[in-house]
Design a binder for this molecule. Structure first.
Ligand SMILES: [Zn+2]
Length: 312
């Protein structure tokens, strides 16, 4: 199903694709109402989890996957908005997709305290086609990791294989989620905490699951008109001392008050940041993904059969 969908994807107009996705998603939403957006068992911390540094109650992490040229053109505007509300995010750029990220943009974002990470390679859904293909692409991805001095990676479409990811020279991967039956590869990792993935040698990496529904799921797929679902999930994650990690795409944000069918008004994202900052203030660690990963790499919290759960 997934492979067929991505094979046919370029041939089907977007308006029809989204209608098909909505039909499927609405059915899944009813089916998974007991495990999305909240999967109760995901509140169980991984083995060895020491709590957040400096006694913070929760962590809040924002990532911006930049999908296409439209998103690229809105990065500076989005960074200004983050900054105005006191938040720094990771911008995840596609190295060889439909745009090339200018060196000046990367440098400017980093100077302002943002993080730059690698998002897939071509972003065409083929990265995980086979282990051999992944291995070859990983060499190229590692070149961008090195050139951009990036610490992290996220695959397009949240495809993931935690074993294969050992091929990447990164501190963290962020291509998983606690629970999200609407992703093309819907197996969640069943935790709202970062965790360590040990390799066969002494090396390993940190996995950072997304723990809020993506903006595209909220506002493009389900056409939510409020951030109520986000608020509910944030409060639940906070009450269990977890990590709120949200992915928000510049590509889908409308800054001009006239969103088209694949966009949503910027005030919804603004409300999210304002809610977290106002509600949680100093008890929250506002961190870049690489900062969370550096902390988790020291303490190496592990998912074990007793802490690992799944919605399936
Ligand atoms: Zn993407």
């Amino acid at each position: 199903m997934t492979n067929l969908y991505y094979l046919l994807k370029p041939a089907i107009p977007w308006a029809i694709r989204i209608r098909i996705r909505r039909l499927i998603a609405n059915r899944l939403r009813r089916q998974f109402s007991g495990s999305w957006p909240i999967l109760s068992s995901a509140a169980q911390p991984p083995e060895g989890w020491p709590g957040w540094p400096n006694g913070k109650q929760l962590a809040f992490v924002v990532t911006h996957d930049v999908e296409g040229a439209r998103g690229l053109g809105l990065c500076r505007k989005l960074a200004e908005l983050d900054k105005a509300l006191g938040v720094r995010a990771a911008f995840n750029f596609v190295p060889e997709g439909e745009y090339r990220v200018p060196d000046t943009l990367r440098a400017d974002l980093e100077r302002e305290g943002f993080e730059v990470a690698v998002h897939d390679l071509h972003h065409d859904g083929t990265l995980y086609r086979s282990s051999q293909h992944f291995h070859m692409q990983a060499r190229k991805i590692n070149q961008y990791v090195q050139k951009w001095e990036a610490s992290g990676f996220r695959a397009g479409f949240m495809f993931h294989n935690l074993e294969w990811l050992h091929d990447l020279d990164v501190l963290y991967d962020a291509s998983t989620f606690d629970t999200d039956p609407f992703e093309p590869q819907p197996d969640g990792v069943g935790t709202i905490f970062p965790f360590w993935v040990q390799g066969s040698d002494s090396k390993g990496y940190v996995e950072l699951p997304c723990t809020l529904p993506q903006d595209s799921t909220m506002f493009v797929l389900f056409k939510e008109t409020t951030i109520d679902l986000w608020v509910k999930k944030i409060d639940w994650v906070a009450s269990h001392g977890g990590m709120v990690l949200v992915n928000v795409h510049p590509d889908y944000i409308s800054f001009d008050g006239k969103p088209n069918a694949s966009e949503y008004p910027v005030h919804l994202y603004e409300q999210l940041l304002k809610y977290v900052v106002t509600r949680y203030g100093d008890v929250c660690w506002y961190a870049l993904p690489r900062e969370i990963a550096a902390f988790a790499a020291q303490v190496k919290p592990r998912l074990t059969p007793s802490t690992r759960s799944s919605e399936h």
